[in-house]
Each structure stands twice: as C-alpha cells, then as structure tokens.
Design a protein around this ligand. Structure first.
Ligand code: XMP
Length: 319
C-alpha cells in the first residue's frame, strides 16, 4: 500500500466489497475494461459487491495487441462479467491524425476514449457510478510535485451530464498487490500474469503519427516477440515487454536489393512498482532469433534493436 502497510489481500477484498456496497447501494455502476489486470480486478471486486448492477464497457481503440479484442472479450464473458464490446478504431485514428507530439497524442486518445465510453455509458439505464482501475503509481506520476511526467490515461473527466461518482478500490495499491487481490478473487494465472499494458495501448509504442498501417506493423512484430517470450519460458520472468515502432527508417538489403524500411525496438524490463525499472538481460541468441523472425515475417521492417535503458533515465514506454 502507498502508506507502507503490508497488504492482506483477503481482508482487502472483504473491506473493499463492503465499501463498494455502501458507496453505490442499489445503483448501477459502469466500468471501462481495458484487458489489463487493474481494470479486470476492479471489475471482479465490483461484480462481487453488486453483481448484475455492474456494466462493463470494453473499447477497441484499434491500439490493442493482435487479436486482443476478441480473445479478451471471450475471456471476460467466460468470467461471467456483464461486458459490452465496442469497436471504435476509426474514431481514434481520426482523432490522432497528424499528431506527432506524445502528450497531445495521449490527450487525443484519452479524449476519444471518454467520448466513446460516454456514448456507451449514456445507453446504460440508471448508471450513477463509474468504477476505474486506477492504481497508486498512476496517481503518483500524474501529480508529481515535479510536474506531470506523463498524463496517465484513465476515464476520469467524463462529460458534465454524466456526473458519475467514482469507485476506485485499487487506488492505493501497487501493481503486485493488485495481482495478489486478483488471485484471491480467482482470476486465472494466464490473466494475472499479463504484463502491464498502457491505457493508450500501442498508441504510445507506435512513435509519432498513428496510422492503421503503422499500428498493423507494430501488432505483427509485437505478437512475434511476445509469443517467442512465452515459448522460451521468459514471459513470466519479466515485468513488462514491448515492441516499439520507431519514427525512423534505415537502409537495409533484401534479396540483393536496397530497402529503406522501419526499425522495431524491443524492450523488456523488471520492476516492482513501475517507478523504477531495470533492463532484462535477455539471452543474445533469443534476441537474434526474434530479430530474424520479425524481419522475415513483418513487411516494412528491416532492422531490430534492443533497448538497454533503465528507468530512470528512460521511462518504460517510449512516449
Ligand atoms: P512509464 O512509461 O511511465 O510507465 O515508465 C510506467 C508504467 O505505466 C504504464 N503506463 C500507462 N498505463 N495509461 C496507463 O494505464 C498510460 O497512459 C500509461 N503510460 C504508461 C506503463 O506501461 C508502465 O507499466
């Protein structure tokens, strides 16, 4: 917990469930699911407290990982959560058109998310509360006394006409504690072990302007990298891994001809709370294998590099 106390996850679940019931009574709660551990654990907690009065909204902003929308939606339905899936990629790409500045891009994604979410939330009869998977590092980094480091994206700031009360049961927890709570709630291992994934998704890993074509390249490279980590038994030993599409092209050669194509950076870090992070010393032969696979299978990529920067000085995400 942010106050230094050790978390008792069972007790936390009991207390949180009681608190949520007291806060929302018989009203309906809407919740934005992202496919990540934080929003999923929040959903399970609220579901445990108020059951069918929870309506979850899962927005596909077109910046999810390859096949993630379908896979995660099926998983949520399997967990018995009441989920509405919304495909809205076109709205996000339109909102981000021409934007290269990372903070403006984050804001455009965040605002569009709110618009799409609000449109859906308005359709939910009697909704009075909004539940969010905000955790302590999100709050700490968004309101640092040294100024905003990154404007972390969540659904706060919905339009006035929706004046929802906020339900944020995890807001004083660190990520590893959220996982402990998830375990008590019966969240399965595969889901619990998912690496953190930012709200703006691949939007902050596809550097500079977002286009469907560039995001597609990144999705393909990312899928190869993440699958390879799983196959090699490395995924669960890493806090977070990511492929990043850089905004530079470089010269290469393929079948004896010159190419001038994109660069993918691979990143893998270990951390406890995302406030600091160490680079993972991935085996060199593993990195070479992934590099070959990406270059052979992802059209438009001719170079792969490995990011060896710790946090600080670099943040985990590149934007
Ligand atoms: P940084 O890049 O700030 O990331 O070192 C720290 C952790 O936060 C995640 N992250 C985000 N999560 N919305 C989120 O929900 C965001 O806008 C966002 N930006 C970064 C990042 O993936 C890492 O786990």
């Amino acid at each position: 917990m942010y106050n230094g106390e050790k978390l008792n996850p069972k007790q936390f679940v009991e207390d949180a469930v009681k608190e949520i019931r007291t806060q929302v009574g018989g009203d309906t709660v809407v919740l934005g699911l992202s496919g990540g551990v934080d929003s999923t654990v929040t959903a399970l907690l609220v579901d445990k407290a108020i059951g069918h009065n929870l309506v979850c909204i899962f927005v596909d902003h077109g910046l999810l990982r390859k096949n993630e929308f379908e896979d995660v939606l099926a998983h949520y339905n399997g967990m018995g959560l009441n989920v509405i899936g919304v495909r809205a990629a076109d709205r996000f790409f339109a909102a981000c058109k021409g934007i290269t500045d990372p903070e403006l891009k984050r804001k455009a994604i965040g605002k569009t998310f709110i618009d799409v979410f609000a449109d859906e939330a308005r359709k939910v009869k009697g909704a009075r509360f909004l539940a969010q998977g905000t955790i302590w590092p999100d709050i700490a980094e968004s309101h640092s006394d040294k100024g905003v480091i990154k404007s972390h994206h969540n659904v706060g700031g919905l339009p006035e006409d929706l004046h929802f009360g906020l339900v944020e049961p995890l807001k004083y927890l660190y990520k590893y504690e959220v996982r402990e709570v998830g375990e008590v709630l019966g969240l399965d291992k595969h889901f619990l072990g998912r690496h953190p994934f930012p709200g703006p998704g691949l939007g902050v890993r596809c550097l500079e302007e977002l286009t469907p074509e560039r995001v597609h390249i990144l999705q393909e490279a990312d899928a190869i990298y993440i699958d390879a980590l799983r196959e090699a038994g490395l995924y669960d030993k890493i806090w977070q891994a990511a492929a990043i599409l850089l905004p530079v092209r470089s010269t290469g050669v393929k079948d004896g001809r010159r190419t001038y194509d994109n660069v993918i950076a691979l990143r893998a870090v270990n951390s406890v709370d995302a406030v600091t992070a160490e680079v993972v010393d991935l085996p060199f032969d593993f990195l070479q294998k992934v590099c070959r696979k990406i270059i052979e299978n992802v059209e438009g990529v001719n170079r792969v590099v490995y990011d060896i920067s710790p946090k600080p000085s670099s943040t985990i995400e590149w934007e």
